[in-house]
Design a protein around this ligand. Structure first.
Ligand code: NAP
Length: 309
């Protein structure tokens, strides 16, 4: 591979271990943290970079986003010739599967209620539920959603999936497109959101859509905060239409101290931690793709900028 320059520009990320990993794997590359006025790079490795980065780096050939979601990146003006590549799994899919499965199982097995009872010194039993009464709908059947849907199917929950285009996954009843959305919702009791944030999917978890879930509905949002209309979720929980929610992502992160989600006991919060970027896996994936591009091969995980994911 001919020498080339990699510019690293990642917010909230300690650069040193990334630089060390990239330099070890790509000894012919000049790898540096971006500073204003830096020399032109060929490849960018980014997470929430400022617009100034792209304004000063108009010659980039490839932009690697060290996350699966590219909604923040696509708000910026990018060099038009640059290929945008997102992380595909890189250790995130199994994390997302374990996170969602534990949440569904906690609801299905009344484990929160048991924990409260035991804490209060009570030895109580709840009637066992039937799996057929606990269908789980997964919105988005991409890299993460497909893995989550299949993990849920492994526990023998009835699993439904909704995507833009038709998908066939073992153990998953597929729905696609706007025309099948309401049927998908009406067939789901637990709703898991793993859609990318695009103009079509913003605010998709709202009063109208969430009130279509089966009685006892429960919402798990692990995609982006802007998918959810916060006040609609709270109103549906307060009216008893939904029994609760697990939220990992928020419109503003960290979640502001005055936000009512903090004080609603039927909402469980985690701090955007359901599927973390794993540095070693991510570097290996990026390095593999840089090598494939250098050989003139196409790479998976290319973002369709017009489509938004
Ligand atoms: P992906 O591979 O791009 O898959 C996206 C899926 O959503 C695809 O199945 C796609 O349908 C479907 N979709 C997109 N727009 C749609 C629409 N308008 N209607 C119906 N379906 C639509 O994405 P991924 O890697 O699975 O990641 C999903 C999201 O998870 C990311 O965008 C990110 O926001 C979030 N995420 C969160 C965390 C966390 O820690 N909380 C970590 C990583 C990622 P087609 O298959 O038909 O195209």
């Amino acid at each position: 591979m001919t020498p080339f320059r990699i510019s690293f520009c990642c917010t909230n990320t300690d650069p040193e271990p990334w630089l060390a990993g990239l330099r070890t794997a790509l000894p012919q590359a000049d790898v540096a943290v971006w500073q204003p006025g830096a020399a032109q790079a060929d490849v960018a490795v980014v997470w929430m970079p400022p617009q100034a980065f792209f304004d000063e780096q108009p010659q980039l050939k490839a932009i690697f986003n060290i996350g699966a979601g590219v909604d923040a990146l696509l708000k910026l003006r990018l060099p038009p010739q640059a290929v945008v590549v997102r992380l595909e799994d890189a250790g995130m899919a199994v994390q997302m599967a374990e996170y969602v499965c534990q949440a569904v199982i906690r609801q299905f097995r009344d484990l929160n209620a048991y924990a409260d009872d035991v804490h209060a010194g009570h030895w109580t039993y709840y009637p066992p539920r039937q799996r057929r009464d606990f269908p789980v709908g997964v919105m988005g059947l991409g890299v993460l959603g497909a893995r989550v849907a299949q993990a849920l199917a492994h526990f023998e929950f009835p699993v439904l999936g909704w995507s833009q285009t038709p998908k066939q996954l073992d153990g998953v009843r597929g729905f696609h497109g706007p025309a099948q959305f309401h049927d998908f919702l009406a067939s789901s009791r637990v709703l898991v959101n793993l859609l990318p944030l695009t103009p079509e999917t913003a605010n998709i978890l709202n009063r109208d859509t969430l009130s279509r879930l089966q009685p006892g509905g429960y919402v798990i949002n692990v995609a982006r905060g802007a998918h959810l209309v916060d006040e609609d979720l709270l109103a549906l929980i307060h009216s008893g239409q939904l029994v609760g929610a697990l939220l990992d992502v928020f419109r503003t992160e960290p979640l502001p101290a005055e936000h009512p989600f903090w004080r609603e006991p039927r909402i469980t919060l985690t701090p955007h931690t359901s599927a973390r970027t794993l540095r070693e896996d991510s570097i290996a994936q990026i390095v593999g793709k840089i090598a494939a591009m250098a050989r003139g091969e196409s790479v998976a995980g290319r973002v369709d900028v017009g489509r938004g994911y």
